[in-house]
Design a protein around this ligand. Sequence first.
Ligand SMILES: Cc1cc2nc3c(=O)[nH]c(=O)nc-3n(C[C@H](O)[C@H](O)[C@H](O)COP(=O)(O)OP(=O)(O)OC[C@H]3O[C@@H](n4cnc5c(N)ncnc54)[C@H](O)[C@@H]3O)c2cc1C
Length: 352
Amino acid sequence: MAGMACARTLLRRGIRPLLVAPQQEAATRGETLSFRASPYLETLGWLELLDAETALPSQGHYSVWGGGALRRGAVGHEEMPGWHLDRQRLEARMTTSLDADGVERIFAEARQLSRSPAQVVVELTDGSSIAAEFVVDCSGRAAVTSGADASLRRLDRLVACYSIFTLDNDVEAVAATLVEAVATGWWYTSMIPGGRMLVGLFTDSDLLPPGFRKDVKLWAEMASQTTAVSARLASLGIDLTASTELQFASATTVTATKLVEPRIVRAGDAASALDPLGANGLATALWSGIRAAESVARCILHDDAAAMAHYEQRFLQGIASHLATQTALYASENRFQDAPFWQRRRGLWLEN
Ligand SMILES: Cc1cc2nc3c(=O)[nH]c(=O)nc-3n(C[C@H](O)[C@H](O)[C@H](O)COP(=O)(O)OP(=O)(O)OC[C@H]3O[C@@H](n4cnc5c(N)ncnc54)[C@H](O)[C@@H]3O)c2cc1C
């Protein structure tokens, strides 16, 4: 998402980008696109890509958090609902749009970078290499450019353990998210276009019970101990034990120690991957993809090196504000005082 936003913005500034990524489809993980993303999509001319196939307008958020009652509203604060995404389809549409723009793409994986005063050389896993004036690293949580100069700082071990279910044709589901806090973490359910629902447990990887990764029944058993989530699943006729396999995705909070180095800029999760509880990662990926491209364009076209520093400063302010909100959200759940998942999150970011 960050890479595509960046490529389109560079092209519009008259700079020829080369998009490098392996040929693989994006995973659909029941992500919600925040309403905050709409001005960025509008800037990119991509707002119209949100249609019935790619994005369901959300009817709201519900949560059981900080008490046993089901409440309307996102965890911790009221906000305007956004969209429930089919990420794979949306990214396919963005790719088609970039192809129509004539953005050059190569399907490859970057292995490492080396920098000289005049250029950056990107070494690819197939043994070839590319020389570029600038590199914007949008490679996600693993951040291909991290290494000696900029390391990655991990703040937790959050992992999503999820499965996606297709609802029966005659079942009418409210297009809303539901988050429910439990001692081991939190459960999340969200609609996906095409009559599908994601059901997931977010917990720390070291807190998963032995054998959990291959044990759908244990996962279903843990879900059955929830109140609102299990009621929602029952009302939609979803039987978690019918899932053929559990999927896992790292959801750790990771931040690169430097967002900008000479000729290298990081955007999206490669710069800072934050807790999905805030449902802000995609909007941040779009924002930072656009802003990173603009700062590179200012450097190239106007010799304005300060643009990079300005981008970094804005991003760092955003991360600080997000981490403060994240700390407050976790602190607003006081029920599971003895549970390691919650103890770790009390004051975690302040201590680090
Ligand atoms: C389980 C889960 C649920 C989430 N829910 C939400 C949500 O509801 N709302 C929300 O806003 N956010 C959510 N997020 C966060 C959101 O998914 C991320 O913030 C977002 O995907 C970041 O986009 P990105 O473009 O920076 O990185 P990515 O989407 O990770 O894309 C990275 C790209 O880089 C490519 N790449 C990787 N390595 C290399 C390499 N070595 N060389 C070349 N290319 C490479 C990949 O193929 C990919 O195309 C969630 C995250 C998780 C894990």
